[in-house]
Write a protein that binds this ligand. Structure first.
Ligand code: PEP
Ligand code: MN
Length: 342
């Protein structure tokens, strides 16, 4: 249930609403801006809207019937900003770049230095890789985390890496992974999502290749809302990485509609992954620009110091093109956000 307070509502009036919500075993999220908005969560079906509407200072009361209440803009009208070691996702264009997979110490360090030089803000690289075939390279595991940490020490870039199962959380904590990536294949792994709803590190949730926007936001709700009343991880970043369609010219199809739709109806930051969306290095600059034009808060791009010899996803990995992409996308981002602020 959502309660919009009048702009002139006093602190006491807000406290009265909170007190009533708590009487029925609910808890409240208070969003402050020009107008105070109170989100009530818990067994709200036991209370009628009128119970709050009659209170002084209350302007409007309504129920959210969506299954993804807390990640909706109705619940939280302002943009959520996710802070990663001082880098704010949702406030300015954030670029995450690095190899698909951590292959060796040299590969990781060379690539990290390269993406830093071209202007990336964070470093990506998979230590555990979900591969379609069991015969393909699955990543270095813990050794991969060691190289990521070394690359972070060398460049200062926070690290983003994929967590394939809840049992890896202690290892991720040991290596102080900055952003836990949930890969497309695990988008609806509810056991993993529940486990990650209880950690205090940001989670980058990729959209599954055959997951609708509604199902995707339900998955995000698992992370954000936790068990409904308590807990929940409020640092969630969404990522459009292309979906399966009948098209075969590209690896996946970029769902630009979804990016714009989610930005409008959810308060969570949304980034784009032009590498997996296209699967083709030569399309990465074009689709990066399109994603930012559609409202992306950032991009996650596969880059490699020697893409021709990459063990995984070399055909979609870029090198010096990254510099131009960052320059062009920053300019597009500026134009869009100036317009929005007019
Ligand atoms: C990746 O980021 O390397 C990856 C495996 O992406 P996705 O989960 O989107 O396929
Ligand atoms: Mn990849």
């Amino acid at each position: 249930m959502i309660i919009y307070m009048r702009t002139e509502a006093t602190k006491e009036e807000v406290n009265k609403v909170v007190k009533r919500a708590k009487e029925y075993g609910n808890s409240c999220d208070i969003s402050k801006g020009d107008q105070i908005v109170i989100g009530i969560k818990g067994p709200t079906q036991r209370i009628s809207e009128g119970y709050f509407a009659e209170l002084p200072g209350v302007e409007r009361v309504f129920r959210i019937s969506k299954k993804w209440k807390e990640v909706s803009r109705e619940y939280h009208p302002r943009d959520t900003i996710v802070n990663v070691n001082g880098i704010e996702i949702g406030k300015g264009l954030v670029i995450i770049a690095g190899p698909c997979t951590v292959e060796s110490k040299k590969q990781m360090l060379e690539t990290a230095k390269m993406v830093k030089e071209y202007g990336a803000h964070m470093l990506r690289g998979g230590a555990w890789k979900p591969r379609t075939s069991t015969y393909e390279f699955q990543g270095l595991g813990e050794e991969g985390l060691e190289y990521l940490v070394e690359a972070k020490q060398e460049t200062g870039l926070p690290i983003v890496t994929e967590i394939m199962g809840a049992e890896l959380i202690p290892l991720f904590e040991k290596y102080s992974v900055d952003v836990y990536q949930v890969g497309a294949r695990n988008c609806q792994n509810f056991h993993l999502l529940k486990a990650l709803s209880g950690i205090n590190k940001p989670v980058l949730l990729k959209r599954g290749p055959a997951v609708t926007v509604d199902e995707y936001l339900c998955a995000a709700e698992y992370l954000f809302a936790g068990n409904g009343i308590k807990g929940g991880n409020k640092s969630i970043i969404l990522c459009e990485r292309g979906i399966k369609t009948f098209e075969t010219a590209t690896r996946n199809t970029t769902d630009i509609n979804a990016m714009a739709w989610i930005k409008r109806y959810s308060h969570l930051p949304v980034i784009g992954d032009p590498s997996h969306a296209t699967g083709l290095r030569e399309l990465v600059p074009d689709i990066s620009r399109a994603m930012v034009a559609a409202g992306a808060d950032g991009l996650i791009i596969e880059a490699h110091y020697d893409p021709e010899n990459a063990l995984v996803d070399g055909q979609q990995s870029i090198r010096q093109e990254l510099e131009g992409i960052i320059k062009q996308c920053s300019a597009i981002y500026e134009v869009i956000h100036q317009e929005r602020n007019l």
